[in-house]
Ligand binder design. Sequence first.
Ligand code: GLN
Length: 534
Amino acid sequence: MTKYIFTTGGVISSLGKGIASASIGKIMESRGFKIALVKLDPYINVDPGTMNPYQHGEVYVTEDGAETDLDLGHYERFTSAETSKFNNVTTGQVYNSVISKERRGDYLGKTIQVIPHITDEIKARIRKAAHASGADIVIVEIGGTVGDIESLPFLEAARQFRLDEGYNNVLYVHLTLIPYVRSADELKTKPTQHSVGKLREIGIQPNILICRTEKPISEEMKEKISLFCNVAKTAVIEARDAETIYQIPLVFKEQGLDKIVLDHFNLRSRSTDLKDWNEKVVKRALHPKHKVTVAIVGKYIELQDAYKSIYESLNHAGIYNDTRVIFKKIDSEAIEKDGALKFLKDVSGILVPGGFGSRGIEGKIAAIRFARENKVPFLGLCLGMQCAVIEFSRNMCCFKNANSTEFDHKTKYPVISLLEEQKNVKDMGGTMRLGAYPCRIKAGSLAKRIYGKNRISERHRHRYEFNNKYRKSLEKGGMVFSGIYPNKDLVEIVEVKNHPFFIAVQYHPEFKSKPDVPHPLFRDFITAALKVKR
Ligand code: GLN
């Protein structure tokens, strides 16, 4: 019988519900259970693929090509659970399918309502994810904050789940904030009481409270929270701000969260201590021997979430290299204004991430030129690869003003362009080259040294491709095309000769890095950066 844990959030957003859910997943997995994680998102978009990073942060891409919420990235980084299109359910998807069924006549004669039709669809999708994964424990994270209008149908579905599945097969975890009020020098529990009150109004009594706090929560305060929120004192878990997110599973484990879950579900399992995770990830992340500064040249650098998986992948590479990676986040438009030297002269590595639209492109190209000419280790991702090709074409192959047709559709040298199949695409949602594609690696290349394999598979999310018309000329100029998608002969990896580390890829390696298994590209990028003396 599958067990279900629902996580909700209260008081404010951005409390780290995704990390909390992933951490619960981690500790239950370490006890030998197969787990799956599902994110329910209350917005009406079918997926986040059409939202810009200011609205949504990073769009995380799964193996099967679903464009999903960035919390799925946490799920995959913390646990060995694989996510797919079943693991992110949005209000848009739910209504879309209910309305199509209605038009087909599936509900003939009936009035279609939020309860039961929308809630049934939500429950069916949770069960589908459970079934597809074959998990023992499914953790369902409900987006938004309790009290929002939008998330009500999801909460109602979560309430009904316990009726359907039985009391001991469903558990509710509520993540809340215990704010510290400086003027009173006190932690305050009232917002949590109200937030739990709101949940109870809906019919959900949380079993576990995870309390985000800046300061330690005293025993008396735990008693008070327990009494007012009707939650066992042992189930009031303190979650103080941690130095690294990878500590959180240990914090939960120390307070016996896994035991509370097991008791509720009447499950038994051996106890584990997460020793490997502690030794290989947490300790190394907290006390690195070296440090290195790398530049991230993008246009959403002021947002914490826009390049989430990239920052995490760099952290993983740091953990492996016993190094604290310091991010120098540079707005590519600032480089356009003041030149690359001003911002890049003191960095040991330069990374140009993915992106869409022409704003800031010339700054990225200037940063890549700086990396190439000054032999600074360079890693280009997706748009970063396309910009590397543009830079090389302009400055090493005399293709003056070469460009991608995304930014200049009349360019004389369209070194990056659309495939015929993309030219006919009308709908914007879910129509890019998405998800995992195989890639063949060239012998003797840097890519071969990095991966140590001839064939790899990586995840994609882009419309434009390298234009094969220019392959010969660029090769003559010294560019190496070291990774190819064989079925369509598409360029996946480019390198530059006579450079210590210059590699750019059309795909997104950042979606496949884990704290204990860093992605080889990031791992070797940081190793190369460490060799640069600054
Ligand atoms: N805008 C480019 C394309 O669509 C790159 C996309 C990306 O970096 N994810 O091909």
